[in-house]
Design a protein around this ligand. Structure first.
Ligand code: NAI
Length: 359
Protein backbone atom coordinates (compact mmCIF):
# COMPACT_ATOMS: atom_id res chain seq x y z
CA UNK A 1 0.00 0.00 0.00
CA UNK A 2 1.29 3.49 -0.82
CA UNK A 3 1.44 5.88 2.10
CA UNK A 4 0.95 9.49 1.11
CA UNK A 5 2.94 12.12 3.00
CA UNK A 6 0.51 15.00 2.82
CA UNK A 7 1.55 18.49 3.89
CA UNK A 8 -1.48 18.77 6.18
CA UNK A 9 -1.06 15.56 8.18
CA UNK A 10 1.27 14.43 10.91
CA UNK A 11 3.22 12.24 8.50
CA UNK A 12 3.74 15.19 6.19
CA UNK A 13 4.91 17.36 9.07
CA UNK A 14 7.53 14.82 10.10
CA UNK A 15 8.66 14.48 6.50
CA UNK A 16 9.29 18.24 6.22
CA UNK A 17 11.99 18.10 8.89
CA UNK A 18 14.30 15.43 7.54
CA UNK A 19 14.49 12.15 5.70
CA UNK A 20 14.65 10.56 9.15
CA UNK A 21 10.96 10.56 10.01
CA UNK A 22 9.36 10.14 13.41
CA UNK A 23 8.75 6.62 14.63
CA UNK A 24 5.72 7.38 16.75
CA UNK A 25 3.58 10.36 17.77
CA UNK A 26 1.12 9.93 20.61
CA UNK A 27 -1.78 12.31 21.31
CA UNK A 28 -2.84 12.20 24.94
CA UNK A 29 -6.13 13.62 26.21
CA UNK A 30 -7.70 13.31 29.63
CA UNK A 31 -11.11 14.95 30.11
CA UNK A 32 -11.02 14.81 33.91
CA UNK A 33 -7.88 16.90 34.29
CA UNK A 34 -7.97 18.81 31.01
CA UNK A 35 -4.67 17.26 29.91
CA UNK A 36 -3.78 17.71 26.27
CA UNK A 37 -0.29 16.47 25.49
CA UNK A 38 1.68 15.17 22.54
CA UNK A 39 4.59 12.76 22.91
CA UNK A 40 6.84 12.46 19.87
CA UNK A 41 9.37 9.67 19.51
CA UNK A 42 11.67 10.58 16.67
CA UNK A 43 14.16 7.75 16.93
CA UNK A 44 14.99 4.85 19.18
CA UNK A 45 17.87 3.71 16.96
CA UNK A 46 20.50 4.47 19.61
CA UNK A 47 18.34 3.70 22.65
CA UNK A 48 15.11 4.77 24.34
CA UNK A 49 13.92 8.18 23.19
CA UNK A 50 14.69 10.72 25.89
CA UNK A 51 13.62 14.33 26.01
CA UNK A 52 11.96 16.81 28.32
CA UNK A 53 8.32 17.70 28.78
CA UNK A 54 7.57 21.27 27.72
CA UNK A 55 4.53 22.84 29.40
CA UNK A 56 3.60 25.81 27.26
CA UNK A 57 0.54 27.87 26.29
CA UNK A 58 0.72 27.17 22.55
CA UNK A 59 -1.42 29.39 20.32
CA UNK A 60 -3.03 26.25 18.88
CA UNK A 61 -2.57 22.49 18.63
CA UNK A 62 -0.83 22.80 15.29
CA UNK A 63 1.91 24.95 16.86
CA UNK A 64 2.30 22.39 19.66
CA UNK A 65 2.66 19.57 17.13
CA UNK A 66 5.20 21.52 15.11
CA UNK A 67 7.24 22.22 18.25
CA UNK A 68 7.25 18.66 19.57
CA UNK A 69 8.21 17.24 16.16
CA UNK A 70 11.10 19.70 15.81
CA UNK A 71 12.32 19.30 19.38
CA UNK A 72 12.22 15.48 19.33
CA UNK A 73 14.08 15.40 16.02
CA UNK A 74 16.70 17.69 17.57
CA UNK A 75 17.06 15.34 20.53
CA UNK A 76 18.05 12.49 18.20
CA UNK A 77 20.93 14.60 16.90
CA UNK A 78 21.87 15.88 20.35
CA UNK A 79 22.05 12.34 21.78
CA UNK A 80 23.95 11.02 18.76
CA UNK A 81 26.51 13.83 18.95
CA UNK A 82 26.83 13.47 22.73
CA UNK A 83 27.71 9.79 22.38
CA UNK A 84 25.01 8.61 24.79
CA UNK A 85 22.96 5.46 24.23
CA UNK A 86 19.68 7.29 23.87
CA UNK A 87 17.30 8.18 21.09
CA UNK A 88 15.35 11.37 20.47
CA UNK A 89 11.96 12.17 21.97
CA UNK A 90 10.10 15.08 23.46
CA UNK A 91 6.67 15.86 24.87
CA UNK A 92 4.55 18.97 25.09
CA UNK A 93 1.67 19.67 27.43
CA UNK A 94 -0.59 22.37 26.02
CA UNK A 95 -1.42 24.94 28.68
CA UNK A 96 -0.13 27.68 30.92
CA UNK A 97 2.03 26.08 33.62
CA UNK A 98 1.29 28.91 36.04
CA UNK A 99 -2.48 28.28 35.96
CA UNK A 100 -3.13 24.86 34.36
CA UNK A 101 -0.57 22.69 36.14
CA UNK A 102 -1.94 20.34 38.82
CA UNK A 103 -0.80 17.11 40.42
CA UNK A 104 -3.75 15.29 38.86
CA UNK A 105 -2.88 16.56 35.37
CA UNK A 106 0.79 15.58 35.75
CA UNK A 107 -0.30 12.16 37.04
CA UNK A 108 -2.56 11.67 34.02
CA UNK A 109 0.33 12.68 31.76
CA UNK A 110 2.70 10.29 33.56
CA UNK A 111 0.31 7.41 33.00
CA UNK A 112 0.46 8.08 29.25
CA UNK A 113 4.27 8.09 29.42
CA UNK A 114 4.05 4.78 31.24
CA UNK A 115 1.96 3.18 28.49
CA UNK A 116 4.96 3.53 26.18
CA UNK A 117 6.83 1.04 28.33
CA UNK A 118 10.14 2.92 28.30
CA UNK A 119 10.33 3.70 24.59
CA UNK A 120 10.03 7.33 25.76
CA UNK A 121 11.75 8.60 28.91
CA UNK A 122 10.81 12.06 30.04
CA UNK A 123 12.77 14.88 31.74
CA UNK A 124 12.36 18.58 32.51
CA UNK A 125 12.05 21.41 30.03
CA UNK A 126 10.53 24.88 29.77
CA UNK A 127 7.57 24.97 32.17
CA UNK A 128 8.47 21.85 34.14
CA UNK A 129 10.86 21.46 37.07
CA UNK A 130 12.21 18.81 39.41
CA UNK A 131 9.08 19.05 41.64
CA UNK A 132 6.90 18.18 38.64
CA UNK A 133 9.22 15.32 37.69
CA UNK A 134 8.94 14.01 41.25
CA UNK A 135 5.15 13.93 40.81
CA UNK A 136 5.49 12.23 37.40
CA UNK A 137 7.92 9.76 38.94
CA UNK A 138 5.20 8.52 41.30
CA UNK A 139 3.23 7.21 38.29
CA UNK A 140 5.95 6.02 35.92
CA UNK A 141 9.54 4.95 36.28
CA UNK A 142 10.36 6.30 32.84
CA UNK A 143 11.46 9.69 34.11
CA UNK A 144 14.78 11.42 34.76
CA UNK A 145 15.78 14.72 36.35
CA UNK A 146 13.88 14.17 39.61
CA UNK A 147 15.18 15.75 42.78
CA UNK A 148 18.03 14.04 44.58
CA UNK A 149 15.64 13.35 47.50
CA UNK A 150 13.33 11.44 45.12
CA UNK A 151 16.22 9.41 43.69
CA UNK A 152 17.08 11.57 40.69
CA UNK A 153 20.17 13.57 39.78
CA UNK A 154 18.55 16.96 40.35
CA UNK A 155 18.47 20.03 38.19
CA UNK A 156 20.59 19.80 35.05
CA UNK A 157 21.49 23.50 34.79
CA UNK A 158 24.91 23.18 36.43
CA UNK A 159 26.19 20.49 34.07
CA UNK A 160 24.55 22.15 31.08
CA UNK A 161 26.48 25.32 31.94
CA UNK A 162 29.67 23.32 32.43
CA UNK A 163 29.28 21.83 28.94
CA UNK A 164 28.68 25.28 27.46
CA UNK A 165 31.78 26.57 29.24
CA UNK A 166 33.94 23.76 27.79
CA UNK A 167 32.43 24.38 24.33
CA UNK A 168 33.28 28.06 24.66
CA UNK A 169 36.85 27.16 25.61
CA UNK A 170 37.10 25.06 22.42
CA UNK A 171 35.69 27.97 20.43
CA UNK A 172 38.16 30.38 22.06
CA UNK A 173 41.03 28.08 21.13
CA UNK A 174 39.94 28.13 17.51
CA UNK A 175 39.43 31.91 17.39
CA UNK A 176 42.24 33.21 19.62
CA UNK A 177 44.61 30.23 19.93
CA UNK A 178 44.16 29.40 23.64
CA UNK A 179 41.37 27.39 25.33
CA UNK A 180 40.45 30.03 27.87
CA UNK A 181 38.13 32.99 28.24
CA UNK A 182 40.62 34.88 30.40
CA UNK A 183 40.75 38.49 29.27
CA UNK A 184 37.74 38.10 26.93
CA UNK A 185 34.45 39.92 27.30
CA UNK A 186 31.50 37.52 27.31
CA UNK A 187 27.93 38.73 26.95
CA UNK A 188 25.49 36.29 28.56
CA UNK A 189 21.90 36.64 27.36
CA UNK A 190 19.58 35.21 30.01
CA UNK A 191 20.56 34.93 33.66
CA UNK A 192 18.32 31.97 34.41
CA UNK A 193 19.35 28.61 35.81
CA UNK A 194 22.02 27.94 33.17
CA UNK A 195 23.10 31.55 32.63
CA UNK A 196 23.85 32.08 36.32
CA UNK A 197 26.01 28.95 36.53
CA UNK A 198 27.83 29.95 33.35
CA UNK A 199 28.56 33.43 34.68
CA UNK A 200 30.28 31.93 37.75
CA UNK A 201 32.43 29.64 35.56
CA UNK A 202 33.41 32.50 33.27
CA UNK A 203 34.39 34.80 36.12
CA UNK A 204 36.48 32.03 37.67
CA UNK A 205 38.26 31.64 34.31
CA UNK A 206 39.16 35.34 34.26
CA UNK A 207 36.59 36.60 31.76
CA UNK A 208 34.90 39.96 31.92
CA UNK A 209 31.17 39.29 31.91
CA UNK A 210 28.16 41.38 30.99
CA UNK A 211 24.60 40.15 31.13
CA UNK A 212 21.13 41.02 29.86
CA UNK A 213 17.86 39.56 31.08
CA UNK A 214 14.31 40.76 30.49
CA UNK A 215 13.49 39.83 34.07
CA UNK A 216 14.55 42.51 36.55
CA UNK A 217 14.67 40.06 39.47
CA UNK A 218 17.13 37.91 37.51
CA UNK A 219 19.34 40.96 36.88
CA UNK A 220 19.20 41.99 40.56
CA UNK A 221 20.22 38.50 41.60
CA UNK A 222 23.29 38.60 39.35
CA UNK A 223 24.23 42.05 40.64
CA UNK A 224 24.04 40.79 44.24
CA UNK A 225 26.01 37.60 43.57
CA UNK A 226 28.58 39.04 41.18
CA UNK A 227 29.07 42.81 41.55
CA UNK A 228 31.78 42.70 38.85
CA UNK A 229 29.27 41.73 36.16
CA UNK A 230 28.03 44.62 33.99
CA UNK A 231 24.26 44.76 33.46
CA UNK A 232 23.21 45.72 29.92
CA UNK A 233 19.93 46.16 28.05
CA UNK A 234 21.11 43.75 25.32
CA UNK A 235 24.26 41.73 24.74
CA UNK A 236 23.74 40.18 21.30
CA UNK A 237 24.92 43.30 19.47
CA UNK A 238 27.09 44.75 22.28
CA UNK A 239 30.86 45.14 21.76
CA UNK A 240 31.78 41.74 23.26
CA UNK A 241 34.22 39.00 22.22
CA UNK A 242 31.73 36.20 22.87
CA UNK A 243 27.95 36.21 22.68
CA UNK A 244 26.36 33.49 24.84
CA UNK A 245 22.63 33.02 24.09
CA UNK A 246 21.20 31.39 27.22
CA UNK A 247 17.60 32.58 27.06
CA UNK A 248 15.41 31.67 24.09
CA UNK A 249 16.21 30.24 20.66
CA UNK A 250 16.07 31.92 17.22
CA UNK A 251 18.12 34.98 18.26
CA UNK A 252 20.51 34.45 15.33
CA UNK A 253 18.55 35.99 12.48
CA UNK A 254 19.65 37.37 9.11
CA UNK A 255 19.45 40.83 10.71
CA UNK A 256 21.29 40.08 13.96
CA UNK A 257 23.95 38.15 12.00
CA UNK A 258 24.97 41.42 10.35
CA UNK A 259 25.09 43.34 13.65
CA UNK A 260 26.82 40.94 16.02
CA UNK A 261 30.27 42.19 17.00
CA UNK A 262 31.36 39.02 18.81
CA UNK A 263 33.87 36.73 17.08
CA UNK A 264 32.47 33.68 18.88
CA UNK A 265 28.89 32.59 19.62
CA UNK A 266 28.34 29.80 22.12
CA UNK A 267 25.41 29.34 24.49
CA UNK A 268 22.81 27.01 25.98
CA UNK A 269 19.67 28.06 24.13
CA UNK A 270 18.17 25.44 21.80
CA UNK A 271 17.61 26.17 18.10
CA UNK A 272 19.63 29.40 18.06
CA UNK A 273 19.55 29.81 14.27
CA UNK A 274 16.29 31.38 13.11
CA UNK A 275 16.92 29.61 9.80
CA UNK A 276 19.82 27.49 8.51
CA UNK A 277 20.99 30.24 6.11
CA UNK A 278 22.07 32.42 9.05
CA UNK A 279 25.03 30.13 9.63
CA UNK A 280 26.52 31.14 6.29
CA UNK A 281 26.06 34.84 7.07
CA UNK A 282 27.94 34.39 10.34
CA UNK A 283 30.75 32.47 8.64
CA UNK A 284 31.08 35.17 5.96
CA UNK A 285 31.67 37.71 8.73
CA UNK A 286 34.32 35.45 10.31
CA UNK A 287 32.17 34.60 13.32
CA UNK A 288 32.54 31.10 14.80
CA UNK A 289 29.26 29.57 15.95
CA UNK A 290 29.44 26.55 18.27
CA UNK A 291 26.36 24.47 17.39
CA UNK A 292 23.80 24.62 20.21
CA UNK A 293 22.94 20.93 20.38
CA UNK A 294 26.58 20.00 20.91
CA UNK A 295 27.31 22.79 23.42
CA UNK A 296 24.22 22.28 25.58
CA UNK A 297 24.36 18.48 25.91
CA UNK A 298 25.63 18.54 29.52
CA UNK A 299 22.12 18.08 30.94
CA UNK A 300 21.45 15.16 28.61
CA UNK A 301 24.74 13.53 29.59
CA UNK A 302 23.69 13.99 33.24
CA UNK A 303 20.35 12.20 32.83
CA UNK A 304 21.98 9.47 30.73
CA UNK A 305 24.32 8.97 33.71
CA UNK A 306 21.35 8.97 36.08
CA UNK A 307 19.74 6.11 34.11
CA UNK A 308 22.79 3.91 34.59
CA UNK A 309 23.48 5.13 38.15
CA UNK A 310 26.89 6.54 37.16
CA UNK A 311 29.05 8.30 39.74
CA UNK A 312 28.85 12.13 39.59
CA UNK A 313 32.60 12.40 38.89
CA UNK A 314 32.26 10.08 35.89
CA UNK A 315 29.38 12.17 34.52
CA UNK A 316 31.34 15.40 35.00
CA UNK A 317 34.26 13.85 33.12
CA UNK A 318 31.95 12.97 30.23
CA UNK A 319 30.60 16.53 30.17
CA UNK A 320 34.18 17.81 29.96
CA UNK A 321 34.49 15.64 26.82
CA UNK A 322 32.28 18.19 25.05
CA UNK A 323 35.48 20.25 24.70
CA UNK A 324 37.08 17.66 22.39
CA UNK A 325 33.85 17.15 20.45
CA UNK A 326 33.55 20.89 19.76
CA UNK A 327 37.22 21.12 18.85
CA UNK A 328 36.79 18.23 16.33
CA UNK A 329 33.62 19.73 14.85
CA UNK A 330 35.16 23.19 14.44
CA UNK A 331 38.27 21.63 12.88
CA UNK A 332 36.17 19.48 10.51
CA UNK A 333 34.16 22.55 9.45
CA UNK A 334 37.39 24.41 8.63
CA UNK A 335 38.93 21.44 6.81
CA UNK A 336 35.82 20.68 4.75
CA UNK A 337 34.89 24.31 4.09
CA UNK A 338 31.42 23.89 5.63
CA UNK A 339 29.62 25.54 8.52
CA UNK A 340 30.02 24.24 12.07
CA UNK A 341 26.30 23.35 12.16
CA UNK A 342 26.65 21.20 9.06
CA UNK A 343 29.81 19.62 10.51
CA UNK A 344 27.90 18.82 13.74
CA UNK A 345 25.00 17.29 11.79
CA UNK A 346 27.41 15.11 9.81
CA UNK A 347 29.12 14.07 13.07
CA UNK A 348 25.76 12.97 14.56
CA UNK A 349 24.61 11.32 11.32
CA UNK A 350 27.74 9.19 11.11
CA UNK A 351 26.73 7.59 14.40
CA UNK A 352 23.08 7.24 13.35
CA UNK A 353 24.03 5.76 9.96
CA UNK A 354 26.00 3.01 11.65
CA UNK A 355 22.73 1.66 13.11
CA UNK A 356 20.15 -0.25 11.02
CA UNK A 357 17.08 1.95 10.43
CA UNK A 358 14.22 -0.39 11.44
CA UNK A 359 12.66 -0.51 14.93
P1 NAI B 1 15.51 29.67 32.60
O1 NAI B 1 14.06 29.80 32.27
O2 NAI B 1 15.91 29.34 34.00
O3 NAI B 1 16.27 31.04 32.21
C1 NAI B 1 16.03 31.74 31.05
C2 NAI B 1 16.28 33.22 31.37
O4 NAI B 1 16.22 33.95 30.16
C3 NAI B 1 15.23 33.82 32.32
O5 NAI B 1 15.87 34.49 33.38
C4 NAI B 1 14.46 34.79 31.42
O6 NAI B 1 13.99 35.94 32.12
C5 NAI B 1 15.53 35.16 30.41
N1 NAI B 1 15.01 35.67 29.15
C6 NAI B 1 13.90 35.30 28.46
N2 NAI B 1 13.79 36.01 27.32
C7 NAI B 1 14.87 36.83 27.27
C8 NAI B 1 15.34 37.76 26.33
N3 NAI B 1 14.65 38.03 25.21
N4 NAI B 1 16.48 38.44 26.60
C9 NAI B 1 17.18 38.19 27.74
N5 NAI B 1 16.78 37.29 28.66
C10 NAI B 1 15.64 36.62 28.43
O7 NAI B 1 16.07 28.60 31.56
P2 NAI B 1 17.43 27.77 31.67
O8 NAI B 1 17.17 26.46 32.27
O9 NAI B 1 18.49 28.65 32.23
O10 NAI B 1 17.73 27.50 30.13
C11 NAI B 1 18.25 28.52 29.29
C12 NAI B 1 18.22 28.04 27.84
O11 NAI B 1 19.03 26.87 27.72
C13 NAI B 1 16.83 27.64 27.34
O12 NAI B 1 16.73 28.02 25.99
C14 NAI B 1 16.82 26.14 27.47
O13 NAI B 1 15.95 25.53 26.53
C15 NAI B 1 18.26 25.80 27.17
N6 NAI B 1 18.71 24.55 27.76
C16 NAI B 1 18.61 24.37 29.11
C17 NAI B 1 19.04 23.18 29.68
C18 NAI B 1 18.98 22.96 31.16
O14 NAI B 1 19.55 21.95 31.62
N7 NAI B 1 18.37 23.81 31.92
C19 NAI B 1 19.58 22.08 28.84
C20 NAI B 1 19.70 22.41 27.44
C21 NAI B 1 19.25 23.60 26.93
Amino acid sequence: MTVLHTEAGVFGRSHELSARRHEQVVFCEDDKTGLKAIIAIHSTALGPALGGTRFYPYADESAALQDVLRLSWGMTYKAAAAGVHLGGGKAVIIGDPSTDKSEALLAAYARFVDTLGGRYITAGDVGTNTDDLDVIGRHTRHVTGRSVAAGGSGDSARLTALGVFHSMRAGAESVWGAPTLAGRTVGVEGAGKVGRELIALLLADGAEVCVADVNEAAMRRVAEQHPAVRLLGAVSTAPVDVYAPCALGSTLTSTSATEIEAKLICGAANNQLADPGVERLLAERGITWVPDFVANAGGLIQVAGELRAAAPAEVEFEVAGIFDRCRDIIAAAKAEGIGTGEAANRFAERRLDAIPRSL
